[in-house]
Ligand binder design. Structure first.
Ligand code: FAD
Length: 464
């Protein structure tokens, strides 16, 4: 049977197509890839049958949901099959008592939010600034950063366990759900869930993931505070995170705000405009708890020289563009619809004591290469580490600009590593720079793991 017929016999002919632009390129500067067919399975059994078929025919397999990772890491690099997982969009289980949800790869942030609002209004998940149509699972497997990552850490930490298909078709399970059928925790079995985190699909394709939920506090307020320099913004973020009393403190420098308010080209900061915008989320189980936290927040901001603070909901009523950020998930069209359509970044996690110098170096690099100093950040995991993410919009049709963006992203990856920050969701280029500096034992261990689960390197080849 030829390949197309064989694939169609598993998923039906209407779910097999020649690979086209949607799957061969993305919004970034990474070059287009190639693949023979895109296949859209509906169930874990169908997915497994396709992986077995690919294994028998020695074909590469690249999984993808929305393809909005912003690193080129779902672009197929060695032909073969693209597994489009958007049809596997079932919310498999909700455990309100143990506070977790089990989802398939195609479940989106918009879908999960709508589901929880109805089925478990006392619980919440945590949302990125990624569009509502992107995958909850992919974001967790990529160790992403969401709006409760300041108290609770990167998204890999929210994973209680997975079910996955290895390169040869073997189905495996990790976490407590591997033993007792309920996914309340990763502990206390050997922690194999990490084998699937930040590996970009190279260790297997996850078909189900158990993710923690959090209680939803009854009272909430959001501030927009304005910072005049990096040091005061860092001081405020660090102090807020260490109290464990605040849900989020997201920072964006002025080019982000300018773009949010509608500017595109020729971004310039006027003297009377703030340098950085801090979005601070404050919640409380009771009105008294919220009030106490608001008081603490005022003290912390004042002690760090941040005197301009507004109720973000009131500002959003006056400035509708800001309303976009009020409720997540949301589509940041100012990033996605930028003229020319290109969007890319280097995002990284690293130590607080290197934050100010790392932020300055990255912004200088952007400016030196003709891009505005667009930085996004937040403290992570109670202030144990911080984010440095440098963002560039560009014109995909302007080859000179694409080359410039490639150069600066490479330099940014090196610059963050120089400051002991490690790129997350790394592009192939950034992953190479990470491995060049990594302890040889880490590199060998990664190789040995891949030798064990995918000796022929057919799972999302070209990564790591
Ligand atoms: C404007 C914008 C803002 C964003 N903001 C944030 C943010 O604040 N925080 C954040 O963390 N991210 C952010 N993102 C990045 C990204 O969109 C999210 O992390 C998102 O959840 C990824 O989902 P996706 O469907 O696009 O994944 P895809 O790009 O389809 O897949 C991501 C990776 O996972 C692999 N993969 C997919 N499915 C599986 C599977 N079942 N098993 C194994 N591997 C798999 C793919 O091969 C790929 O390498 C943003 C993106 C955009 C465009």
């Amino acid at each position: 049977m030829d390949l197309k017929e064989a694939l169609a016999s598993v998923v039906g002919p209407e779910h097999v197509d020649p690979a086209g632009d949607r799957h061969l390129q993305d919004v970034t500067e990474n070059p287009p890839g190639q693949a023979e067919f895109v296949v859209r399975p509906n169930t874990a059994d169908e997915l497994r049958a396709i992986v077995v078929l690919a294994h028998e025919r020695a074909l590469a397999v690249t999984p993808v949901v929305a393809g909005y990772n912003v690193a080129g890491i779902a672009i197929p690099r060695q032909g073969g099959i693209v597994l489009d997982l958007t049809r596997m969009d079932h919310i498999v289980e909700l455990d309100r008592d143990a506070m977790y949800v089990v989802v398939e790869p195609g479940v989106t942030f918009g879908q999960l939010k709508a589901f929880l609002d109805v089925e478990a209004p006392e619980l919440v998940y945590t949302y990125p600034f990624a569009p509502p149509f992107t995958s909850v699972m992919a974001n967790a497997l990529l160790d992403g950063l969401n709006n409760l990552s300041m108290p609770h850490g990167a998204m890999g930490k929210w994973i209680n366990g997975v079910e996955a298909v290895l390169a040869d078709g073997e189905v495996v399970r990790t976490g407590s759900g591997a033993v007792v059928g309920r996914w309340f925790s990763r502990a206390p079995v050997p922690d194999l869930s990490g084998l699937f985190v930040s590996t970009q699909g190279t260790t297997g394709i996850v078909t189900k993931i158990a993710l923690q939920l959090q209680p939803k506090p009854a009272h909430r307020q959001r501030w927009l505070a304005l910072g005049e320099d990096l040091a005061s913004a860092y001081g405020a973020m660090r102090a807020l995170a260490r109290t464990h009393s605040f849900d989020d403190c997201g920072l964006m420098t002025w080019p982000a705000a300018k773009q949010l308010f509608g500017a595109t080209r020729d971004l310039r900061k006027a003297d009377d405009e703030p340098f950085a915008y801090l979005m601070i989320d404050i919640t409380g189980a009771s009105a008294a708890e919220l009030d106490a936290r608001l008081e603490l927040g005022k003290e912390i901001l004042g002690a760090n020289g941040i005197d301009q603070r507004f109720d973000a909901d009131e500002v959003a009523r006056l400035v509708p563009a800001l309303a976009k950020m009020a409720e997540l998930p949301t589509t940041l069209d100012f990033l996605l619809d930028f003229p020319g359509g290109g969007l890319t970044w280097v995002g990284s996690y690293g130590p607080g004591d290197q934050w100010v110098s790392g932020a300055q170096r990255g912004m200088d690099l952007l400016v030196e290469h003709g891009f505005p100093p667009f930085l996004v950040s937040r403290p992570m995991d109670g202030g144990h580490y911080f984010v440095l993410r440098f963002v560039a919009n560009f014109d995909k049709a302007d080859l000179g600009e694409v080359e410039r963006v490639r150069t600066v992203m490479g330099k940014l990856a090196d610059a963050v590593l120089d400051h002991q920050y490690v790129p997350y969701k790394p592009s192939s280029d950034a992953a190479r720079r990470i491995l060049d500096r990594a302890h040889p034992g880490f590199v060998r261990m990664l190789d040995r793991v891949r030798d064990a689960v995918d000796p022929d390197r057919r799972m999302n080849p070209g990564r790591w």
